[in-house]
Design a protein around this ligand. Structure first.
Ligand code: NAD
Length: 482
């Protein structure tokens, strides 16, 4: 068992004075992997002070030189790839293939923002085209300052890379709070900072939970901007904290994304996409396409095709090559999903496959993959994010009805359209209210394309040039020309 009693502040591992401890568990073996110090406000104060001291020099270094560090992050993650996959499989309960996606997307993100840091440097001081005679106007983009970054547990390496890489590229310095549920893979980010010689104080990592670290970090007047990924309930708290001092905030929150199977779709291919959209990572994906909206002409064959695929999912040890689906990431998340399954029973929802249809492995926090059909639109299972392997389906009589039903949600993170005609799928996709819309594909994410949601799925965008803008302040110098 590891003991994570230290915080990473100013390039030193320092003992937290906090005495509260949290345990980090392996959700398959149900054993303790590490004991974690639940840090407190004093740790946050020290980390913010270090980040403030480091910020001017990090900004002055310029985008070209910051890019070299970002590339070094990508290199170091690549070198540790196998070890981190194993660690993530143990801490998250992800099947190994899923940990590879988390890691590879994180590596691609650091590389992409190295390029963005260079591009930022190259465009500093560009002339503004305008109609005012004899006047010169120049545009600069400065870093927002010290940023507080908070991440969840479902894709620990990628959710942190989406924040840390653009923040560092922009010239911000960072106080990073990983999830207390999966601090082990996240710890690597601090180890790498030290290994690659990142200047002191540029990246600080403070371990702890929401009350101990999250709340003091979001309330800290020395933090200029906050970026949070997690649940809506906590996101709203973060936003309230940011209101104090009128500080900026970006939020990546939950989803209840639809997948539309149109009447011209090929059933077997559609079934494959539906499966990929909900059961991947045991359904613990913010962008899971958890509401299936199928044309009534295809509903019966599609449900049959899904039932046989669900039965073929192999649940088991995340470290085993023949495992398709690991356990939920911890007892708390298993219990949260079970509460929804109890509601399904109370509401007598019709199950194509319910949670009791199969034997579960005799250890681990498992939930069987489930599929409910004809779910009423006022059911909590249809409306709320479950964050587990629970698919809810309804059939519709037309394309227009499918679009209206898809858009009838407070969330708007992602959506998928499956059709035999790619042009039709794109046209329908354009009518949907979501940040990422996949046509005849699922869960494709690339650092060049933005990520984020409409409605209550969040505020702002990560990735792409938008992800960098979140950490920049635009300024203009204007005066007599020449
Ligand atoms: P969570 O909101 O419980 O926790 C997220 C983080 O916030 C953790 O680090 C936690 O310690 C911290 N936190 C808790 N209380 C806090 C407080 N008062 N102040 C500041 N920080 C606090 O979420 P979770 O259970 O870790 O993750 C699951 C949620 O994350 C789901 O809703 C999912 O949709 C969402 N998510 C969204 C995206 C996206 O890109 N939109 C990506 C991944 C996950």
């Amino acid at each position: 068992m590891q003991r994570l009693t230290k915080q990473f502040i100013d390039n030193h591992w320092v003992d937290s004075q906090a005495t509260r401890r949290l345990t980090v568990t392996d959700p398959y073996r149900q054993e303790t992997l590490a004991e974690l110090t639940a840090g407190d406000a004093a740790d946050v104060d020290a980390a913010v002070a270090a980040a403030r001291r480091a910020q001017p020099d990090w900004q002055a270094l310029g985008g070209e030189r910051r890019a070299v560090y970002l590339e070094a992050f990508a290199e170091a993650l690549t070198e540790r790839r196998e070890a981190l996959m194993q660690l993530s499989a143990r801490n998250n309960g992800k099947a190994l293939a899923e940990t590879a996606i988390d890691l590879d997307d994180a590596i691609a993100c650091y590389r992409y923002y190295a390029g963005q840091a260079r591009a930022l440097e190259a465009r500093q001081g560009r002339l503004v085209e305008h109609a005012m005679e004899g006047v010169e106007a120049l545009t600069y983009e400065d870093p927002a300052g010290v940023v507080g970054l908070i991440t969840p547990w479902n894709f620990p390496l990628v959710t942190s890379a989406w924040k840390i890489a653009p923040a560092l590229a922009a010239g911000c310095t960072v106080v990073f709070k990983p999830s207390e549920v999966t601090p082990l893979p996240e710890q690597a980010v601090a180890e790498i900072a030290l290994e690659i010689g990142l200047p002191s104080g540029v990246l600080n990592l403070v371990h702890g939970d929401g009350d101990g670290i999250g709340a003091p970090l979001t309330a800290h007047p020395g933090v200029d901007k906050l970026s949070f990924t997690g649940s809506n309930a906590v996101g709203e708290k973060v936003m309230r904290a940011a209101a104090e001092g009128s500080r900026g905030v970006s939020l990546e929150l939950g989803g209840k994304s639809p997948i539309l199977v149109l009447d011209d779709a090929e059933v077997e291919a559609a079934a494959d996409w539906v499966m990929a959209g909900i059961y991947f990572n045991s359904g613990q994906i913010c962008s899971a396409t958890s509401r299936l909206i199928v044309d009534e002409s295809l509903a019966e064959p599609l449900y049959a095709a899904l039932a046989s695929r669900i039965d073929a999912i192999r649940l088991g040890d995340p470290l085993a090559d023949d495992t398709d689906m690991g356990p939920m990431t911890g007892a708390r998340q298993r219990q949260a999903v079970e509460r929804y399954l109890a509601i399904a029973a109370e509401e007598s929802l019709t199950a194509v496959r319910d949670a009791r249809h199969r034997e579960l492995p005799n250890q681990g926090e498992f939930i069987a993959p489930t599929l409910y059909r004809d779910v009423p639109t006022d059911s909590r299972l249809w409306r709320e994010e479950i964050f587990g392997p629970v698919l809810c389906a309804r059939s519709v009589a037309s394309e227009a009805e499918a679009v209206a039903l898809a858009n009838e949600s407070a969330f708007g993170l992602a959506a998928t359209v499956i059709s035999g005609d790619a042009e039709r799928a794109k046209r329908v996709g354009r009518a949907l209210r979501a940040g990422s819309i996949w046509f005849n594909s699922e869960q494709l994410v690339m650092p060049e394309a933005g990520w984020g949601g409409f409605g209550i799925s969040g505020i702002g965008r990560e990735l792409g040039p938008w992800g960098l803008s979140a950490y920049l302040e635009v300024k203009h110098l204007i005066g007599p020309a020449g």
